[in-house]
Design a protein around this ligand. Structure first.
Ligand SMILES: [Zn+2]
Length: 80
């Protein structure tokens, strides 16, 4: 894994957003993204949106949505 970059670009943040929300990132990188989200409105709203969406998907999964649907929704989102 490459060393953490203290000054992440929006592009980098969005690239790692799903791993970030899933808690799958290296702690250093996770910290850098948190820092970026604190000073970048647009990435913050994007992350907030994805987080809510993830919650909704999780709720839907508990009731009825099959895993294949969740995977499809997720692949659609990453194409944005
Ligand atoms: Zn940003």
């Amino acid at each position: 894994m490459k060393p953490a970059n203290k000054d992440m670009s929006c592009e980098d943040v969005l690239k790692h957003l799903f791993e970030f929300l899933d808690g799958e990132l290296d702690h250093a990188v996770e910290g850098d993204i948190e820092q970026h989200l604190k000073r970048c409105r647009s990435c913050f709203s994007r992350a907030d949106f994805e987080r809510r969406l993830k919650q909704k998907l999780a709720e839907a999964a508990e009731t009825e949505a099959p895993p294949s649907l969740r995977a499809r929704v997720r692949s659609l989102i990453t194409k944005f």
